[in-house]
Design a protein around this ligand. Sequence first.
Ligand SMILES: Nc1ncnc2c1ncn2[C@@H]1O[C@H](COP(=O)(O)OP(=O)(O)OP(=O)(O)O)[C@@H](O)[C@H]1O
Length: 293
Amino acid sequence: MENVIELNKVTKAFEGFKLENLSMTVKKGFITGFIGGNGAGKSTTIKLIMNLLQPDRGDISLFGLDYKNHEKEIKQRIGFVFDNNIFYENSTLLEMKNMIKRAYVNWDDKVFNQYIEKFALPLKKKIKTFSKGMMMKASLAIALSHHAELIIMDEPTSGLDPTFRRELLDILHDLIQDGERTIFFSTHITTDLDRIADYITFIHQGQHIFSKEYYKIEEEYAIVKGELELLDRDTEREFIGIRKSDYGFEALTANKEHTAELFGDTAILEKPTLEDIMLYTKKEREAYVESYS
Ligand SMILES: Nc1ncnc2c1ncn2[C@@H]1O[C@H](COP(=O)(O)OP(=O)(O)OP(=O)(O)O)[C@@H](O)[C@H]1O
């Protein structure tokens, strides 16, 4: 399968934060959701992918090309939806569009006008009168109007109400139907991904935890619930993070089949949410740091 984005052992350090040896790929024709807690390094990774930041070490390629020799070509092929407002507030959307279109060889006014109609956006009102949802739709309309093969978005659904979010997710879903476009977007709202993501990439404190097909997560991970007597040094090794209470324990396993064999019907296995996986991973990493510091 073709990789549209490839990061190979990418490291980027800031004071107090290090994105370390990040290797990941984004597959052509699919939607990849990019998750991680606050400060995990999602925006930093997206900026590296967009060449808005340069790595200290490691290689980044898009469409099999590197920025050093192919920056212009790569940028033409990406539609980037920013997390904050890039528009001039006193301009109209029409004025902004006429300015931005000059940067793109394949700009297509017909496509732009279709999105303007679909999103019911006013072309001649000043941007400062736009709501957050309208602003997001305007960014999306612009990102989609130059026949970009790759759409990258940093937190596109944050701050949007549920109706707008739903609408945006439906649009993203429609966009990839021809198998030619690829979407990569970061989000805090992991339930959004249940609806549309084919792949999930998860980072935590600058470390890559996994990149997986969504359905594999359900196959491999489970929440396990049982009585405390089931836990000992051996069985605890089975888990990523354990929560104990007077009534029993709840834990996450990344080895569902083996766990099911080990505990038989003494424990209950349930389907985890992405939020569960993030929470237990955070717990495990914190416990590890605590015990070795
Ligand atoms: N230009 C910079 N200079 C110094 N530190 C930075 C810079 N950009 C980001 N950081 C730090 O890097 C860390 C990761 O930030 P980043 O914005 O990539 O995380 P994130 O996963 O997008 O978080 P959030 O979900 O909260 O937006 C943070 O601790 C942040 O303060």
